[in-house]
Design a protein around this ligand. Structure first.
Ligand code: F6R
Length: 586
C-alpha cells in the first residue's frame, strides 16, 4: 500500500532514498517524502504526486545528510495532501517516521497525546507513532525502550521506520513487510528489496513482531519482548536485477511481453512439491481455493480445470468474502491460496480463518519470502520475477501455469501438458501489435465494454474486464455467454463494444450465436478467435492450440488492448489511479 525506506551509511542519503522510492512506487504513488538527519536536526521535504514529479519541484534528493527515511503513500486515513504525506515529525521535530499499514487505535492515542501537549499537523493515523515515540523517548532517553513502549501501545498492522535526532534509525514489523539490506556502504530497511536492489544483494528478513535499531556502527535486532534476535544473511535472487524497464516504455508492456518465458519458470523449482501437493489434494475431504482480484480469476480457472479434467470438486472463494460467509473449513480440508505478493490482507485473513479451523494451507505465490508463504504448509513459487506494473499480467499466466501442472498431475497426465508448446504459441500472440493498436484507438472514447465467454473463457472474460477497468478507466464487465439473454442484452446498443472470446473449441458455435444476437442490437464486436467470422467488426486472430489451453493464450491480446487503450487515453498503465500493487490493508 505504501512503501517505506531507511538508509544509514557513507553515501548521501537523499539520492539513495529517492532512487529506492522510485523503484517501489508501484506500492503507492499519491504522495512522497523523505527526511534526513544532518547537522543535528531532521530535515523533511514532501509533496503530492509521483516521485519524479515531487522530486523535480521540491528537489527531495538535495537534502543533506547520510541518514534518512522515505515514503510513497497510498492514502487510507486523510486526503491526498502535502500535510498528510510522510514523513511525519513529532511535535518537537526530534523524531520523524514513515509508516505502512493502519493504526486502528490512533484516535484514542492521539487524544491522549494531545492532552499531554503534543501537536498534530496531519489527519493521518501514522502521526501518532512519531509523537508516541517522542513521548516515550523523552521518558526513557533510550531508543530501544521507546520502541518497546510504543509498540506495546499500537493496535493494528504496521511496519514503520523512525529517524531519531541522535542519528539512529529504528524500524518495526507487525504484519506488514520489512526487509533489511546490508551493503558495503551502509544499511537499508525497506518494504521491498527493490528499495535497495542496486546497492546490495545481502538481506535479512526480520520475522513478524521484530524490530531493528541501526546506527553507523551496526545493527541490532529484537523481538517485541525486547529479547535480542539473530537472523542469517540471505542473498537475494538475481531475478531482482530484472526490475528495470530496459528498452520498454512501461513495466506493464515489459511484463506482458515476458509471459512466454515466465510461464516456463512457474513452479519449476518445486517439482517435488507439485507431486506432494497433488497427493494432498487427492486425499483432502474438501478443496477450497481463494484469492483477490486477478488471483481470484485464476482460482475460477482452477475450479474449471480441476473439475473438468481431474474430476475433483473444488470451491472457489473470494478472499475478502470469507470472513462474512458460512464456510466448511475443517482439519481434513485444504485451502489453496493464490497471491502474487503474498501480502494481500484479505488473503492473509482468509488463510487465518481456515488455519484456525485446522485446514491445511497450500499457497501459490510469487514472493516466496512473503507473509503468505510463511503461513503456508507448502508454497509453490510462480518465479515470474518482480511484477512492478500495478495491474497483474505475468503473475496471472504463471498462476495458470502452476494450476495446469497440478491438474495434469491430478488426472494422470490426461492433459498432455507441454508448457514449451504453450510458450511458443503465446509468443505468436505478441508478434504484431498493430491491429490491437488500431482497435485501441476506437475504444478510446467508449464508456462501456463487455467481454463475453463461455466455460473456461468466462473467468478469462472476468480477468479481461479487470484489466480494462484498471488500465483504461472504462467500465468493463465479464459476462458468461449464456447469461446474455437473461438480462445484459438490454444494455446492447450502438455505443457499446463487446469482446467475444471465441476460440474454435466446444464453446464456439453457441458463442458465435451470442455474437450475432449482440450485433443485431447495434453493438460493435471484437472477436478473439482462431477462426474469422463476418460477425466481428474487428477480428484479433489467436493461434490454434489444444482446447484445454486457450485460456493461457486468449488473455494476452486483451492485456495488450488494455495497455494500448490506456496509452490512447493518456493514462499511466503502470500506475492506475487510486490503486496500489500490494493491498496490505483491509
Ligand atoms: C489486478 C490486480 C489486483 C490483484 C489483487 C491481489 O490487476 O493486480 O486485483 O490481483 O490485489 O493481489 P495478490 O495477487 O498480490 O494477492
Amino acid at each position: 500500500m505504501c512503501s517505506i525506506i531507511g538508509y544509514i551509511g557513507s553515501d548521501k542519503a537523499a539520492p539513495v532514498l529517492v532512487q529506492g522510492l522510485k523503484r517501489m512506487e508501484y506500492r503507492g504513488y499519491d504522495s512522497v517524502g523523505i527526511a534526513t538527519f544532518s547537522d543535528n536536526q531532521i530535515l523533511i521535504k514532501k509533496g503530492v504526486g509521483k516521485v519524479d514529479q515531487v522530486n523535480s519541484t521540491s528537489k527531495l534528493d538535495t537534502l543533506s545528510g547520510n541518514i534518512g527515511i522515505g515514503h510513497t503513500r497510498w492514502a487510507t486515513h486523510g486526503g491526498v495532501t502535502s500535510a498528510n504525506a510522510h514523513p511525519h515529525s513529532s511535535s518537537s521535530s526530534k523524531i520523524a517516521i514513515v509508516h505502512n499499514g493502519i493504526i486502528d487505535n490512533f484516535t484514542e492515542l492521539k487524544k491522549d497525546l494531545q492532552q499531554k501537549g503534543f501537536l498534530f499537523k496531519s489527519e493521518t493515523d501514522s502521526e501518532v507513532i512519531a509523537n508516541l515515540l517522542q513521548y516515550e523517548f523523552d521518558q526513557t532517553k533510550n531508543v530501544k525502550q521507546s520502541m518497546l513502549q510504543t509498540i506495546g501501545q499500537l493496535v493494528g498492522n504496521y511496519s514503520f521506520v523512525a529517524v531519531f535526532n541522535d542519528g539512529m534509525i529504528a524500524a518495526a514489523r507487525f504484519h506488514e513487510p520489512l526487509i533489511v539490506g546490508i551493503g558495503k556502504e551502509g544499511y537499508f530497511v525497506s518494504s521491498d528489496v527493490l528499495g535497495f536492489v542496486g546497492h546490495t544483494d545481502q538481506v535479512i528478513y526480520p520475522d513478524n513482531r521484530e524490530f531493528v535499531i541501526i546506527n553507523t556502527r551496526g545493527i541490532q535486532m529484537f523481538d517485541f519482548d525486547g529479547n535480542p534476535v539473530r537472523h542469517q544473511i540471505t542473498k537475494i535472487s538475481k531475478e531482482f536485477a530484472d526490475s528495470y524497464k530496459g528498452e520498454y516504455a512501461h513495466y506493464t508492456i515489459k511484463e506482458i511481453s515476458e509471459q512466454p518465458g515466465t510461464i516456463l519458470k512457474a513452479g519449476h523449482n518445486t517439482k517435488i512439491e507439485l507431486d506432494l501437493v497433488a497427493n494432498l489434494i487427492k486425499q483432502a475431504k474438501n478443496i477450497f481455493i481463494t484469492g483477490s482480484g486477478t488471483s481470484y480469476n485464476a482460482a475460477l480457472v482452477a475450479k474449471h480445470i480441476f473439475s473438468k479434467y481431474a474430476k475433483l470438486k473444488i470451491e472457489s472463494l473470494i478472499s475478502s468474502e470469507i470472513p462474512y460467509s458460512p464456510n466448511f473449513f475443517d482439519n481434513q480440508s485444504i485451502l489453496i491460496a493464490l497471491s502474487q505478493s503474498g501480502e494481500s490482507a484479505d488473503v492473509l485473513e482468509s488463510v487465518n480463518i481456515a488455519q484456525n479451523d485446522g485446514t491445511k494451507i497450500i499457497s501459490i505465490v510469487n514472493m516466496m519470502t512473503s507473509s503468505l508463504a510463511n503461513m503456508s504448509s507448502i508454497s509453490i513459487g510462480l518465479n515470474c520475477g518482480p511484477e512492478i506494473g500495478v495491474a497483474a499480467t505475468k503473475s496471472f499466466t504463471s498462476q495458470l501455469a502452476v494450476l495446469y501442472q497440478l491438474t495434469d498431475k491430478l488426472c494422470g497426465n490426461c492433459l498432455g501438458l507441454d508448457l514449451n508448446e504453450i510458450s511458443q504459441t503465446m509468443s505468436k500472440t505478441l508478434l504484431d501489435h498493430s491491429k490491437i493498436i488500431d482497435i485501441a484507438k476506437q475504444l478510446k472514447n467508449v464508456s462501456d465494454i463487455y467481454i463475453l465467454g463461455r466455460g473456461i473463457h468466462y473467468p478469462i472474460a472476468c480477468e479481461a474486464s479487470l484489466k480494462i477497468k484498471e488500465l483504461t478507466y472504462i467500465h468493463a464487465e465479464g459476462l458468461p455467454g449464456g447469461e446474455l439473454k437473461h438480462g445484459p442484452l438490454a444494455l446492447m446498443d450502438s455505443n457499446v463494444y463487446v469482446i467475444i472470446i471465441n476460440p474454435y473449441d466446444s464453446t464456439y458455435a453457441n458463442t458465435l450465436t451470442s455474437a450475432h444476437e449482440i450485433k443485431a442490437r447495434g453493438a460493435k464486436i471484437i472477436g478473439i478467435s482462431d477462426k474469422p467470422s463476418d460477425v466481428y467488426d474487428f477480428w484479433v486472430q489467436i493461434p490454434t492450440i489444444g482446447e484445454a489451453f486457450y485460456s493461457l493464450i486468449e488473455i494476452i491480446p486483451i492485456q495488450l488492448l488494455a495497455y494500448y487503450t490506456a496509452l490512447e487515453k493518456n493514462a499511466d498503465p503502470d500506475y492506475p489511479r487510486n490503486l496500489a500493487k500490494s493491498v496490505t490493508v483491509k
